[in-house]
Design a binder for this molecule. Structure first.
Ligand SMILES: [Zn+2]
Length: 576
């Protein structure tokens, strides 16, 4: 007994010390405080040092000058992703993309601690990777006011990154070092499931947890159905058993959710889960409700991740199989949807725990204002729209050709793990080519750009002379959806829309009317078809017939003198 007693005493002292040692700053605080950037990194460094199941690695820079970190948890102590990917699933957690929404930062610190110390059951088939704080610049820019409508924590980071970019719009255009480093992390760990933690804005209702599950139609095929019909419902059901009710992200702003219902958010590739979806990764953005207490938001975020881990661990094989099988939906000759719109005829009645909303006279403006009455909770069905219609499709080509001169595009394709084959010699290839016929440009700057939209194209087949070192990119690779979403100019988040190809929209050479007059006269004399088309246009179009400049310009544009590169989209499709 004498020997056992001091041992017991000793181990209980160790236990008490451990408990204190591994308490997170959030736990040490008053429940309304979130860890700073320095505290977060220090905490994970400590876990890395003390637990063999945890490894922390520096992974590329951010705009702030500070490096990103990933923290890997593997109870089997293997941190080589080539080996891990052979027989395990990987869950990637992203935190602090919007550092004013830090719930995931604190939840993940506790979760890693609980996994490492055995408080949470170690998954056997799942490795967890987390980016402790993705927007480091924003996290360092700490304040207590910019989340105007949010109920805590006491202080937090800012939404914009070190250069004021919203990182959750930057996943395709990758203006920031953060996004470029993220792509490298993403393809290194090749996650099967991705969770990006947020806090919502918008209406008031009873739920603490809402979520944006990546759109099943964009995810595609059986993988999309599995996510929508099996995976999300099962995770939500297990949360419900723990007393946590959740609803899809309440996609209404300044109206009430129960007036006309709401639609499922379409997470285009600029957003984190939309980016993940291009690589057939099942993604979800938990969006805790801004008006709920910080501690209850951290708790539901923790539980959402914990239940996801349980689900992934039980179903890792199925998830991995469905992911690889999904590539069969994107083979050459099949159609791929570039644009969607909500199908207002497909209504899903959604049980909804809301608060009665009404209008009263504003003290500020004297006009009618919306308010919610929390003494009048309701549970009723609201219309929910989650089906989208495909409004524009493209046929998937066998390959794309990207001339080596578009190195800005090539650089992004490379960091996104796209395999490309440089041409061994100069060669003419029969390709499908796009001419930009029309486009609209945003009048307001948006995330460092004046993006384009409503692109109209003319398609033609022709032989183009390519050069040694231009890249042929076979579409039959894991990044096929990434290629379609970025290289097809009409896709919502195409590189064209994000201004990568703006130089082709400007004509570089012109003519002087008085010199071109004689050339134009000769052109019409020597080309009967041109002459006929010119006369026809004059007859049909009175303003044109009255406009000498327009007529000369028309002849110029239909002649060999007009530069071919103007409006010619410089990425080509091999379809035969
Ligand atoms: Zn957010």
């Amino acid at each position: 007994m004498k020997k056992i007693l001091p041992l017991l005493l000793f181990s209980s002292i160790i236990f008490a010390q451990k408990k204190v040692m591994y308490q997170t700053p959030y736990e040490k605080g008053n429940g309304n405080q979130t860890a700073t950037y320095a505290e977060t990194i220090a905490f994970f460094k400590l876990l890395d040092k003390d637990f063999e199941s945890i490894q922390m690695v520096e992974m590329g820079l951010t705009d702030s000058g500070e490096p990103l970190h990933i923290v890997i948890y593997n109870p089997h102590k293997n941190f080589d992703f080539k080996q891990i990917k052979k027989n395990k699933a990987v869950l990637l957690l992203n935190n602090g993309i919007h550092p004013g929404e830090p719930d995931g930062i604190d939840a993940t610190m506790m979760l890693y601690r609980d996994l490492a110390t055995g408080k949470l059951k170690a998954p056997q088939n799942t490795v967890i990777v987390n980016i402790p704080i993705y927007n480091i610049g924003g996290a360092l820019n700490r304040n207590s006011h910019t989340r105007t409508n949010q109920n805590g924590p006491e202080s937090y980071g800012f939404r914009g990154n070190a250069r004021n970019y919203d990182l959750n719009r930057d996943f395709v255009k990758s203006d920031t070092k953060n996004a470029k480093s993220f792509a490298q992390i993403f393809h290194l760990v090749n996650p099967d499931v991705f969770i990006d933690n947020h806090v919502s804005n918008g209406a008031d209702y009873q739920y603490t947890l809402t979520y944006i599950a990546t759109h099943h139609q964009k995810l595609g095929g059986e993988l999309g159905s599995y996510f929508k019909e099996e995976m999300m419902p099962e995770i939500l059901a297990s949360l419900k058993e723990k007393g946590i009710e959740a609803t899809p992200y309440v996609n209404v702003h300044d109206t009430k959710p129960d007036t006309a219902g709401f639609t499922q958010f379409m997470d285009y590739p600029r957003y984190s889960t939309g980016y993940a979806s291009m690589f057939n990764v099942l993604g979800c953005m938990p969006e805790t409700h801004m008006l709920k207490e910080y501690s209850s938001r951290v708790k539901v975020t923790y539980e959402y991740i914990a239940e996801s881990i349980k689900f992934i661990d039980q179903n890792y094989n199925r998830i991995k199989l469905l992911r690889s099988a999904n590539l069969e939906n994107y083979i050459p000759g099949k159609h791929y949807t570039l644009q969607w719109k909500i199908d207002s005829t497909q209504v899903t009645p959604l049980p909804f725990l809301g608060y009665n909303g009404d209008y009263k006279t504003s003290e500020v403006t004297g006009k009618q204002r919306l308010y919610y009455d929390r003494s009048k909770p309701f549970n009723k069905m609201v219309p929910y729209y989650q089906s989208y219609l495909s409004t524009l499709q493209v046929t998937i080509p066998k390959a794309y050709i990207v001339p080596k001169s578009w190195w800005n595009v090539i650089e992004l394709l490379k960091i996104n793990n796209i395999e490309m084959e440089p041409l061994a010699k100069d060669i003419e290839i029969e390709v499908e080519s796009y001419r930009i016929k029309d486009y609209k440009t945003s009048k307001q700057p948006y995330e460092g750009h004046y993006p384009h939209h409503n692109i109209n194209i003319e398609i033609s087949s022709k032989k183009i002379a390519f050069h040694e070192g231009d890249f042929v990119i076979n579409t039959q690779q894991p990044g096929v959806k990434y290629l379609l979403e970025t290289l097809e100019p009409q896709a919502i988040d195409s590189y064209f829309n994000w201004n990568f190809f703006d130089p082709i929209l400007q004509q570089k050479e012109y003519f002087s009317n008085y010199v071109f007059e004689d050339t134009a006269a000769n052109l019409l004399k020597n080309d009967k078809n041109l002459k006929a088309a010119f006369e026809k246009k004059k007859q049909e179009n009175k303003p044109f017939a009255d406009d000498a400049d327009a007529q000369l310009d028309w002849i110029y544009r239909n002649s060999v003198y007009y530069e071919q590169s103007h409006m010619e989209y410089p990425i080509y499709r091999i379809v035969k």
